[in-house]
Structures are given as structure tokens and as C-alpha cells.
Design a protein around this ligand. Structure first.
Ligand SMILES: [Zn+2]
Length: 258
């Protein structure tokens, strides 16, 4: 079988400066999220790249037409209602709101900041899968070294972890992509793709805008604007020679039919 790439973007308001006590208005958060999405349009409109867009209902409420149009080619999934505040009720309300906007069912969830919530809550809110697991150790954030590295079931919920390398579980997420030399990142990604038969990678549209003015540490803003976008083009171009890009929902469905 052709190896698969599950490329996803967390399409959201750019609230990260708040984590660093830098004040940013909701209007600016939305503007930067939207700018990033605009910058990614050549990729999102490229026939080779089908992706999963985990979107906050808040962001989708601001730009409903764009999200609806994107849903023709990409999977829209939930990134809850608001990036900065969460109650269990937002699992259901975000799913319903997004579904209303795109006029299609929403089956997937990724929690902001990979927060862990009970599987029962996710199930009761009507989701088929959860993509909020990063099976590695991030100092000061989480330690998931004991969790499965590839797709698994937890209390009837299908979980699609973000990819980490088979050896040492080196994360292949957005911070690695911008901070590792390209050749190292690509080699880890291909190693993982060969071993697992698929890769689950995630980024955020706002990374691909200039975010140097918001009090963030350098390791989170490195290459922001065009340099990082060029690096992403290069990665996708290298990956498409070896694998096919599909949505998470399709990936799960194909697996179930095997
Ligand atoms: Zn997010």
C-alpha cells in the first residue's frame, strides 16, 4: 500500500502571546490566523495535498465562507470552540457549529495544546476519533512515553497520535520542523514513514506569517514568514514522491475496511 501522509493544520486564533503575558486583541489574533491561512492557500489549493484542518468554532464563525470552501477538498475537524478557554460543553457545541457552517458531519477532534480530557467526554460529544496525543516527552508540558506511538483505541475512541520517530521518540511536530536542520527533519520523517506506513504531522497557519513582534521566544518564531513557508514547500514536495496525502477520516475509514 502507498504510504500515507496525514498533514494537519490547527486553524485558530493566534493566542500564543497570551501564554507569555503579551497582550494581543482578539481582532489581531483572528487577523494573524487568517493571514497565515491566506499564505497557505497555494498548498491548500494544490491537487496533491489533501489535509485535515482542526478549526476552532470561534475562528470558523469569523470566516465561515472560507472554511466552507476549504471543506470541499479538505476535512474540517474540531479544535474546540475557543483556543483560550475550555469547558466540556464546547466539545459538542464546536462540533455542531462547524457542522452547521460546512453542512457536513464533523468526526475528528484535536484539543488545543494537546490537552488531555476524558475519552468518555469526547465520545459523548459525538466524535469518531481524537488526534490530541503526542506520544513523547516535552519538558514542562507532558510525558506520554508510555502511550502507543501509532494509531490505537482507548475506551472505544480511536486515537491518532502525532508522529514521533521510532527510535527515542523524537517529535516531528511544528517546533522540530522549524528548529531542526531540514536534512535531519526529513530523514527522521522518512524513517518514521517507512516504519509506520504513515506520518501524522501538524502545523499552524500563523507560523507562516511574521510573528516577531509578539514577545515570543525565538524557538517558536524561527523562520516565520517566507523562510518557513519555503521549507514547508520543500518538505511536502519531498514527501509527495513517496506517499499520498489523505485526511484523517479517510485514513481511519480505509484502515477499518482492511
Ligand atoms: Zn491550537
Amino acid at each position: 500500500m502507498t504510504p500515507k501522509i496525514l498533514l494537519s493544520f490547527d486553524v485558530e486564533e493566534f493566542d500564543m502571546p497570551l501564554e507569555y503575558n503579551f497582550n494581543i486583541s482578539l481582532e489581531t489574533q483572528m487577523e494573524i490566523g487568517k493571514k497565515g491561512l491566506d499564505n497557505l492557500m497555494p498548498i491548500l489549493n494544490d491537487k496533491n495535498y489533501t489535509t485535515t484542518l482542526f478549526t476552532t468554532a470561534n475562528f470558523a464563525n469569523h470566516f465561515p465562507d472560507i472554511i466552507k470552501t476549504l471543506s470541499d477538498k479538505h476535512e474540517i475537524a474540531s479544535h474546540t470552540f475557543f483556543h483560550s478557554n475550555y469547558t466540556t460543553a464546547h466539545l459538542l457545541s464546536s462540533r455542531l457549529k462547524l457542522s452547521e457552517i460546512i453542512e457536513k458531519p464533523i468526526t475528528g477532534l484535536r484539543m488545543p495544546r494537546m490537552r488531555q480530557v476524558p475519552m468518555k467526554d469526547i465520545q459523548e460529544a459525538g466524535y469518531q476519533y481524537d488526534a490530541s496525543m503526542h506520544p513523547t516527552w516535552l519538558p514542562g508540558r507532558y510525558n506520554n512515553f508510555n502511550k502507543p506511538r501509532t494509531l490505537y483505541k482507548e475506551e472505544e475512541m480511536i486515537r491518532v497520535p502525532a508522529s514521533v520517530s521510532p527510535n527515542f521518540r523524537i517529535p516531528l511536530f511544528w517546533l522540530s520542523f522549524k528548529n531542526f536542520p531540514y536534512a535531519l527533519y526529513l530523514s527522521l520523517a522518512l524513517q518514521t514513514l517507512r516504519k509506520d506506513g504513515y506520518l501524522s504531522l501538524y502545523f499552524h497557519p500563523w507560523e507562516f506569517t511574521n510573528i516577531n513582534a509578539y514577545g515570543l521566544p525565538k524557538y517558536t518564531t524561527k523562520g516565520s514568514d517566507n523562510e518557513l513557508l519555503d521549507k514547508l514547500y520543500r518538505l511536502l514536495n519531498d514527501l509527495k514522491k513517496q506517499a499520498e496525502f489523505i485526511t484523517m477520516a479517510d485514513f481511519i475509514e480505509n484502515r477499518n475496511m482492511e
